[in-house]
Design a protein around this ligand. Sequence first.
Ligand SMILES: NC(=O)C1=CN([C@@H]2O[C@H](COP(=O)(O)OP(=O)(O)OC[C@H]3O[C@@H](n4cnc5c(N)ncnc54)[C@H](OP(=O)(O)O)[C@@H]3O)[C@@H](O)[C@H]2O)C=CC1
Ligand SMILES: CC(=O)N[C@@H](CCC(=O)OP(=O)(O)O)C(=O)O
Length: 316
Amino acid sequence: MTHTIFIDGEAGTTGLEIRERLEARPDLNLLLLGDRRRDADARREALNGADAVILCLPDDAAREAVSMIENPSVKVIDASTAYRVAPGWAYGFPEMDAGQRALIARSQFVSNPGCYPTGFIGLMRPLVKAGLVPANYPVTVNAVSGYSGGGKAMIAEFEAAPEDSGGAATAYRAYGLTLRHKHVPEMTKHTGLSRDVLFTPAVGNYRQGMLVEVPLHLAALPETPSVERLHGALVEAYDDQRFVEVADLEETEAMTGIEPEGLNGTNRLRLHVFGDRNGEQARLVALLDNLGKGASGAAVQNLNIMLGLDEATGLI
Ligand SMILES: NC(=O)C1=CN([C@@H]2O[C@H](COP(=O)(O)OP(=O)(O)OC[C@H]3O[C@@H](n4cnc5c(N)ncnc54)[C@H](OP(=O)(O)O)[C@@H]3O)[C@@H](O)[C@H]2O)C=CC1
Ligand SMILES: CC(=O)N[C@@H](CCC(=O)OP(=O)(O)O)C(=O)O
């Protein structure tokens, strides 16, 4: 059986990556609008005629697309921030809880997680659930992303020829300085924290890949958990998961650095627990491709789950 898929936003950064992952699949038929992709009538027809639609649009355009869908049998995956904490939408992070995959499978509306939240929730949710980090703990999350995270506009900024931009793009930029980044609500809600996380993102002068970090003073946590205990909680949470892995402690102890491009082109998320020798501090670090498990890879994984296909089809 062939399923018909429509990607609204097919020519954007996320849309193009999804298209690449789906185009070669014989089990799927892609509906492409080409030059008619901004035509409201063409979009409405495609949005209601496909078996599944993936919205790769800015938030307002995603809300508009959802309002056009009248066919209750169309499965909807939204890659934007619009519905990530909205009632009636399942959060598309299948590994985050034992029942999440089944919830995604039976939902009509699934919101694809943000790239930074995928790393952060992956690290923190099991620790909060295990009681190692209290729900009201003041958590800080520091992160760096490649510039493709900012979509077409940021790619154009960073890849502009010097003669067009008046000089080379910056090497590194801290942003989100008002501390009200759009990812804070989903990061807080889906880890089970009661206090907004303090999020300090940055963008570097490389195309894709990201590191998401949480530094912890272990003595400030109940029972001063050891690095081994934090690591054990993560290992237990992701046992047998294909796309989420926890690096061995021996491996992390031998590492002298970690680079954000290490999982590019994959749908994988790797979690590390670094710690000091006295067991007083830990540095949790998630590595992922912002366009892989952080966006397009995750969308394809959710699509497979929602259509009842092998979850790994078309993914690395
Ligand atoms: N880049 C990333 O790493 C990630 C992105 N996301 C989210 O995915 C969504 C898409 O982001 P991204 O691919 O980076 O963005 P881009 O800017 O690269 O692409 C956006 C696409 O949306 C289309 N579009 C914009 N406005 C409208 C509209 N009013 N009606 C119809 N189409 C419209 C554009 O069409 P046209 O081609 O005609 O300009 C373009 O194809 C965003 O919500 C973003 O937050 C989520 C996780 C990671
Ligand atoms: C480098 C950069 O600008 N990154 C984007 C996040 C990309 C992303 O995850 O998009 P969603 O918001 O849809 O999740 C930002 O911080 O807004």
